[in-house]
Design a protein around this ligand. Sequence first.
Ligand SMILES: Nc1nc2c(c(=O)[nH]1)N[C@H]1C(S)=C(S)[C@@H](COP(=O)(O)O)O[C@H]1N2
Ligand SMILES: [Mo]
Length: 200
Amino acid sequence: MSSELTDRTDLFEEFGEERLPPGQRKTDRFPVLSKSGTPDWTRDDWRFEVWGAVEEELSLGYDEFRELPADTQRQDFHCVTGWSKFDCEFTGVTFPELADRVGVRDDAEWVMFHALDGYTTDLPLAACDREEVMFVYDHGGERLPDDHGGPLRVVTPHKYAYKGAKWVTGVEFLTEPERGYWEKRGYSDTANPWNEERYS
Ligand SMILES: Nc1nc2c(c(=O)[nH]1)N[C@H]1C(S)=C(S)[C@@H](COP(=O)(O)O)O[C@H]1N2
Ligand SMILES: [Mo]
């Protein structure tokens, strides 16, 4: 499904002076960073699920996911190891769109993303419930490559990119904070690139 392009590369104005966050350098490549390689998946078995503090749990196959209302955004991407890639074109479903579908309960405060490779990452609900947080299946109008998290990944352009789970298969709404994979290992919970919140 195609959709109109929204430019969100001015997002930095909410957080800092410069588009390139402090201590970052711009790269034109799109490096791959994974804790343990690219997991195997098959289109037939792949499912995406939402559970926890929601009115209605959700479980969708790949084609069903692609039928949800789509959005295309131009965004920047900031890795905590020091590189930033400008002007990525991502197509997918926004977090608020998905949240609407499940009906987030009033006692939900935190979100945990789960991925095929066992990766997890967490954010406060308020930091997720933003239009630029997306579940992405296309990059530059093509299917998202497997090593960048295909068939589905999360992007968080207002945070360092470890907050965006590749190969995302689940979103869990929590009533209390929990720590994800890197957050347990010393990376910042808040991860604001314009404040250089790299470590906790
Ligand atoms: N499932 C999963 N998601 C992940 C990771 C991972 O190891 N597993 N690495 C994170 C890190 S540290 C970064 S910088 C980005 C890298 O995304 P890229 O490989 O598309 O550049 O994915 C994030 N999401
Ligand atoms: Mo990273």
